[in-house]
Design a protein. Structure first.
Length: 407
């Protein structure tokens, strides 16, 4: 099939390509852009000049010296930090973290708030979010017109458009119209995303060679989640953010999960599952609402010191994770895995059982898949939230050919 692009569509595509090359490169010459984008120097010069006039990019002359030679000094391009700003919000159990970043991704202001979402009303949640955003924005000293976008990372499931928080372990509230509240209040686009999706986005941006087309980021914390990247795209459900890896069925009539079902992967591999099993509680005992990471570390230390029950507890978690991965690999073929979160610090105790399950499954070829570990998920969640917001602003501005107004 032949695809014909109109000249304005091609121009928008080239504008976006140039902005994103500069964003990834930090400081880039026009010649480097032309090579990376496979565009003519004349096209790069024309479009980059437009973007400078619009305020998206800034040009700086290269340092001159005895070796610089004669003639016109070369210039390098970078994104203009002052072009606009974004608000980033990370919602997790008991806390709201609000930050403001400039267009280059530098944090301008940051505030941390306590919020007991287990007992909050819909109205109180709305008012609290708005108040905390305003407080952080006011602390930055920025003018209201500098705000271009609000990006929110959450523990839970959103609708496919990223406008509503459908459900979350943070709160009994459901179908929360967060984006509508904030768009009405602040007049800018607002999007929500699952924290595991943001982790995957951050890994892809941070190391695109290692985390390119196909990989998954699996969060091992109080719960178990997955951000899935296939063919270069985040994979979601048909109606929601989906990819609820932790709630795939591991064992029929198995242990009680915090979601209320029995036999979920998380019910054997989440923090509360590990402490429940190690303490000898019944598998149908109500999951703890919160487990301190140090508790998992202590059980891991006991396992490494020869505690058989502790070792079997982590082996059970590994088997649950391996069963889930075997099912996914049978559908879409094996790929790299990054285990993220404080639970990853005990992965050495889970790995043998996980790989044994893969070896004995229909996905036996996956038994040697590469696995990476990141024990602190929050920097990745924040980074994914930030780069997601900035890339959306880039796309919006790329569509505004010839406009000098902010997105």
């Amino acid at each position: 099939m032949t695809i014909v692009l109109r000249s304005d569509d091609m121009r928008r595509r080239n504008r976006l390509r140039i902005i994103q090359i500069v964003r990834r490169g930090g400081t880039v010459s026009r010649g480097e852009i032309a090579q990376a984008a496979t565009l003519s120097p004349a096209t790069v010069s024309t479009i980059s000049s437009e973007l400078i006039v619009e305020g998206v990019l800034i040009a700086r002359s290269a340092e001159t010296g005895p070796s610089a030679g004669r003639g016109r000094p070369s210039t390098s391009l970078s994104v203009n930090p002052q072009f606009c700003h974004a608000v980033l919000i990370i919602l997790k159990i008991g806390a709201v973290n609000v930050a403001i970043v400039d267009y280059a991704g530098t944090v301008i202001a940051r505030e941390h708030f306590h919020l007991d979402m287990a007992n909050v009303t819909m109205e109180d949640f709305r008012d609290t979010l708005i108040t905390e955003i305003r407080q952080t924005w006011n602390a930055s000293g920025l003018a209201a017109g500098q705000l271009a976008r609000i990006s929110i990372g959450i523990q839970g499931t959103t609708d496919i458009a990223g406008l509503r928080l459908l459900r979350s372990p943070m709160t009994p509230l459901t179908d929360i119209p967060v984006a509508f509240w904030l768009e009405e209040e602040f007049g800018v686009p607002v999007r929500l995303a699952n924290d595991c999706d943001l982790i995957a986005r951050a890994l892809n941006w941070r190391d695109p060679e290692r985390y390119s087309d196909n990989f998954a980021a699996i969060l091992l914390a109080h719960g178990v989640g997955m951000g899935l990247f296939l063919r270069g795209q985040i994979i979601n459900g048909t109606r929601s953010s989906g990819t609820e890896f932790g709630h795939m069925l591991h064992q029929a009539d198995g242990a009680l999960c915090r979601c209320g079902s029995n036999g979920c992967i998380e019910a054997d591999a989440g923090d509360y599952a590990i402490t429940r099993r190690y303490r000898g509680k019944p598998v149908n005992a109500t999951p703890q609402s919160h487990v301190e990471p140090v508790e998992i570390i202590r059980i891991a230390e006991a396992a490494r010191a020869g505690d058989a029950l502790a070792a079997e507890t982590f082996a059970s978690a590994g088997r649950a994770l391996g069963t889930g991965l075997a099912g996914i690999f049978a559908l879409v073929d094996p790929f790299r895995i990054a285990f993220v979160g404080h639970g990853a610090a005990a992965f050495d105790l889970m790995e043998p059982a996980l790989r044994e399950v893969l070896k004995n499954s229909n996905a036996s070829a996956a038994s040697n898949i590469p696995i990476d570990l990141y024990v602190d998920e929050m920097p990745l969640v924040f980074e994914g939230c930030g780069i997601g917001a900035l890339l959306e602003i880039d796309a919006t501005q790329a569509d505004r050919v010839g406009e000098t107004s902010k997105p």
